[in-house]
Design a binder for this molecule. Structure first.
Ligand SMILES: Cc1cc2nc3c(=O)[nH]c(=O)nc-3n(C[C@H](O)[C@H](O)[C@H](O)COP(=O)(O)OP(=O)(O)OC[C@H]3O[C@@H](n4cnc5c(N)ncnc54)[C@H](O)[C@@H]3O)c2cc1C
Length: 416
């Protein structure tokens, strides 16, 4: 079924009886060419591009819960490609270009909104760093603009640029950045993959790998054994727990990241803003809620809920930049498990087991990567070669000292 404005009008006039399920509820087959573990954004995007772009078939996505229940439906919806390093910037810019055509590609309204992202500058040293980053973005074909305080005030007149605790001295803007409705991305890719013949199997947890003579033969699941020629792990915050079953210890720690939504307000925030003197970022959803977040919880956890000290820290960051936030009531908050890698950058690579592949280490920035991650992972699965924008995302960079340390924090995931 194709979605269109005419279809909405027709259904509105005929009692909404013509809508079908967006994807089939598939039962597991005994054998597939590809089994993708994890029905988050990345797993579903991988299945979609593998079938659509790389013309592969006999593909299953195996999800332990429900589609959209993981980080893809828990993030703060921000997309951007404002990275500094060569290993990252071309990949994230590729992703942003895929976002720009995604709704037409999937025939699905994912509410892609290029409302712009603004990183505020509070010191001269920060201006130098952001200028360098803006130049790196432009050199890689992305857009970037250094804004003066007056230009910032023209767009965000409520900001206190002069006598706040952290005066604002300018900002780095990426006008093509913005927000996308997160769970619509999971649903859109699931529907697109299903239309290409992919089996999406929910409530099916992978409990182990069957590996014979160094080659993967399939996965043990809560619904029985599923055979596969290639198995692609893509489980974000559960990466270390899953890969442990294949005898792998990953350069990844899991930490909780929390998100917050205020009650609905009239339009007040036209774009995405990040505070440069603390960790706080905020946008306003189309329903009116201010959507914001900050640091990860500083210790390791697999619990999908966070703790109060970080809530306090995020609230303090918010109040420092938007004192008006103190008058809005908090409506909802939740947590998701982040797969924090040792240099803050992801891994899309083969493993030491033939036929077993790994995608993870997205830290708290993997939502914006969803289309490119799916595309690059599908490329690796179909051709056994990395996609040109993802050649640096290898396991052996940690052994060879070729870290992609965007923040210069070293191997301290809680600081990335
Ligand atoms: C609060 C918060 C805010 C964020 N904000 C942003 C942001 O603004 N911008 C941005 O770019 N990124 C953001 N992120 C990060 C982003 O959401 C993640 O990096 C990204 O969604 C991870 O990829 P995914 O969608 O595939 O993960 P998930 O949706 O978590 O998918 C993994 C899936 O694997 C399944 N799974 C796990 N173990 C098994 C198993 N054994 N068998 C079968 N299935 C299994 C899980 O149930 C899950 O559905 C944020 C994350 C959080 C939590």
């Amino acid at each position: 079924m194709r979605y269109s404005g005419w279809k909405v009008i027709k259904e509105a006039l005929t009692g909404h009886r013509g809508w079908g399920p967006a994807w089939r509820d598939a039962t597991p087959q005994a054998q597939y060419d590809y089994v993708i573990i994890g029905g988050g954004g990345h797993g579903l995007a991988t299945a979609y591009y593998l079938a659509k772009q790389f013309k592969q078939s006999r593909i299953a996505v195996v999800e332990k819960g429900w589609i959209g229940g993981g980080n893809v439906g828990r993030n703060t919806t921000i997309i951007r490609s404002n990275y500094l390093l060569d290993g990252n910037e071309p990949f994230y810019e590729f992703s942003l270009k895929l976002w720009e055509g995604l709704e037409q590609e999937l025939n699905y309204n994912a509410m892609v909104s290029q409302r712009g992202i603004l990183n505020l500058i509070h010191s001269d040293a920060q201006r130098d760093a952001f200028t360098r980053r803006g130049n790196a973005m432009i050199l890689n074909g992305a857009d970037a603009e250094l804004l003066s305080t007056q230009q910032i005030l023209d767009r965000y007149p409520f900001l206190n640029v002069n006598d706040a605790r952290f005066p604002i001295k300018g900002g780095l803007a990426q006008h093509r950045g913005g927000t996308v409705r997160h769970d619509a991305v999971a649903w859109g890719y699931a529907r697109g993959a299903d239309q290409c013949g992919v089996d999406i199997i929910q409530n099916c947890e992978v409990t182990g790998f069957r590996i014979e003579n160094g080659t993967v033969k399939g996965v043990e699941t809560s619904r029985g054994f599923i055979g596969a020629k290639k198995v692609a792990a893509c489980v974000a915050g559960s990466s270390s727990r899953l890969m442990e079953k294949a005898g792998m210890r990953l350069p990844i720690e899991s930490h909780v990241l929390q998100a917050f939504v205020s009650e609905g307000l009239k339009p007040v925030l036209p774009g995405v803003i990040t505070f440069g003197a603390g960790h706080f970022y905020c946008s306003q959803s189309d329903k009116g809620g201010l959507v914001f977040g900050g640091d990860i919880d500083g210790y390791n956890s697999y619990a999908q809920r966070g703790n109060l000290p970080v809530v306090e820290d995020v609230a303090e960051g918010g109040m420092a930049i938007f004192p008006m936030l103190g008058r809005a009531r908090l409506l909802r908050m939740w947590g998701g498990i982040m797969d924090m890698s040792m240099d803050g950058s992801p891994i899309i690579d083969r493993t030491h087991v033939d036929g077993l592949y790994f995608n993870g280490g997205w830290c708290y920035g993997g939502f914006k990567a969803t289309p490119a991650s799916g595309y690059a992972y599908a490329h690796l699965l179909a051709t056994d070669r990395p996609h040109e924008t993802a050649t640096a995302y290898r396991f052996d960079r940690f052994a060879k000292g070729r870290m992609i340390d965007e923040k210069g924090m070293g191997n301290q995931p809680n600081l990335h």
